[in-house]
Design a protein around this ligand. Structure first.
Ligand SMILES: CC(C)(COP(=O)(O)OP(=O)(O)OC[C@H]1O[C@@H](n2cnc3c(N)ncnc32)[C@H](O)[C@@H]1OP(=O)(O)O)[C@@H](O)C(=O)NCCC(=O)NCCSC(=O)C[C@H](O)C(=O)O
Ligand SMILES: [Mg+2]
Length: 288
């Protein structure tokens, strides 16, 4: 049985939107981010906080990974958000604009002080220039930190860059965050695609994210779920190839290198193939 938790499709929803909270129970998403930050107006913050905590406690979201996004450090809502989220005990608390290892330590202390259970992890949003430049120390700063979430809207804004197809202006930042996440052994999710009507653009960005190595994509609309689930799952062909490659290596009976379908296969390729099967198995288990 795989211990891998699929995070192909991670849907934000404003916690102030009762209809969206209800809708999420019916969607084939791997994870939910109950948002208290950007998508919630200031006067709706207290009721959104209560709604997010109630949603986590409801037990009505099945096997989906449940997270609450707090408002950022230094905002007037941050402490109350963290306290309510810690006490609700979701799978993770997502904190925007995390800028240093010291901030992670501060967040972990606060979560523990507010009584967060051990299963409640911290997901750090990486969305500022200083976070990119300090990504490795942030990624390695605490065992409670298990995932980076890219905030590509804030990143584009902070860089004075532009949103363009192919994302050339932010690729160095995305790669730096990916390097840090992989070096630290944590998960990493790609940013959102803002144009909910542009299906082709969204699917191209999913493919790009998977090719770069992201575990999945953050989403803003139910119409994006199916595309992300399919883009971040190994294709049937990839699963078949992985099985064939492992078999070919095993048939080589201890030889360090064999070929499969004309391609060189060494132990490192077998490890990649096993990872593909691991992800596939975890997705199959979810669907069962
Ligand atoms: C973008 C939206 C405002 C569009 O909403 P709407 O016009 O209501 O869409 P539809 O009419 O097409 O909706 C169809 C049905 O789906 C439900 N719905 C819509 N969005 C969601 C959602 N996110 N989660 C769950 N359900 C959703 C509608 O209620 C309709 O339901 P029904 O009538 O029963 O069929 C809207 O999609 C939206 O608010 N999206 C989320 C926005 C958000 O959370 N933004 C903050 C996160 S993004 C960010 O901050 C990233 C980061 O920080 C960065 O820097 O990049
Ligand atoms: Mg942001």
């Amino acid at each position: 049985m795989s211990e891998f938790t699929p995070l192909r499709s991670v849907l934000y929803m404003p916690s102030s939107n009762a209809k969206a909270l209800e809708k999420a129970k019916t969607l084939a998403i791997d994870a939910v981010i109950f948002d208290l930050e950007d998508a919630v107006a200031p006067d709706a913050k207290p009721s959104a906080r209560e709604a997010a905590a109630a949603a986590v406690a409801s037990g009505e979201y099945g096997r989906r990974t449940l997270t609450i996004r707090a408002n950022g450090i230094g905002t007037e809502w941050h402490d109350a958000d963290l306290e309510a989220a810690a006490q609700a005990g979701p799978d993770a608390v997502v904190v925007p604009k995390v800028n240093s290892a010291a901030e992670v330590a501060q967040l972990v202390d606060a979560l523990e002080r507010y009584g967060a259970p051990d299963h409640t992890k911290l997901w750090a949003m990486i969305e500022t220039p200083v976070a990119i430049l300090d990504a490795l120390s942030i990624a390695r700063s605490s065992e409670r930190l298990t995932c980076f979430v890219m905030g590509t809207n804030d990143l584009v804004k902070e860089l004075y860059a532009e949103h363009v197809p192919g994302r050339a202006p932010i690729l160095p930042s995305l790669h730096t965050a990916l390097l840090a996440a992989r070096a630290a052994g944590i998960a990493i999710l790609d940013g959102v695609y803002n144009d909910v009507k542009d299906v082709d653009g969204f699917l191209a960005e999913c493919d790009q994210g998977r090719q770069m190595g992201f575990d999945g994509k953050t989403l803003i609309h139910p119409g994006q779920v199916e595309g992300a689930n399919s883009a971040f799952a190994p294709s049937e062909q990839a699963v078949e190839d992985a099985r064939g490659l492992i078999q070919a290596f095993e048939d080589g009976a201890g030889r360090g290198v064999v070929t499969y379908n004309g391609r060189m296969v060494e132990n490192l390729h077998v490890e990649s193939a096993r990872r593909i099967l691991d992800i596939h198995e975890a997705i199959e288990a979810l669907q069962a």
